[in-house]
Design a protein around this ligand. Sequence first.
Ligand code: I3S
Length: 128
Amino acid sequence: LDVSEKVHAYPSEKCGVLNVTKITEHGKKVRKNWASTWTVLQGSSLLFAKGQGSGTSWFGGNQSKPEFMVDLRGGSVEWASKEKSSKKHVIELKTRVGTELLIQSEIDTVINDWFRALSETINTHAWE
Ligand code: I3S
């Protein structure tokens, strides 16, 4: 299944608008580019669709497709250190293939829920 097929094949467990930037790709540092991003957790996949204003639904619509997907299996999450970002409430997500993302929300309850959901997903799918 490609990313867009996957979105329609399985219900999402969690979705929302978060600030997201990649910081490392395949082990190489990349320039930060924070963007408000529709983020969807589905099974062990985390999907991102950029450029969606908050409140805009893209489910069922075909005006935008997920742009990026990471496999959470074998990954890790932790709260980012001050060196990684000056922002508050930043999650650092590392994937098995060496992609690192920072995920942030100004709303602490929102980011705490995501931290829990991502941790649980990683633990649940650890041995697949
Ligand atoms: O880790 P850095 O390089 O201090 O990250 C900041 C920069 O990416 C900056 O962009 P430019 O260097 O292109 O101007 C961003 O605007 C900042 O948001 C980044 O830092 P934070 O601490 O917000 O993650």
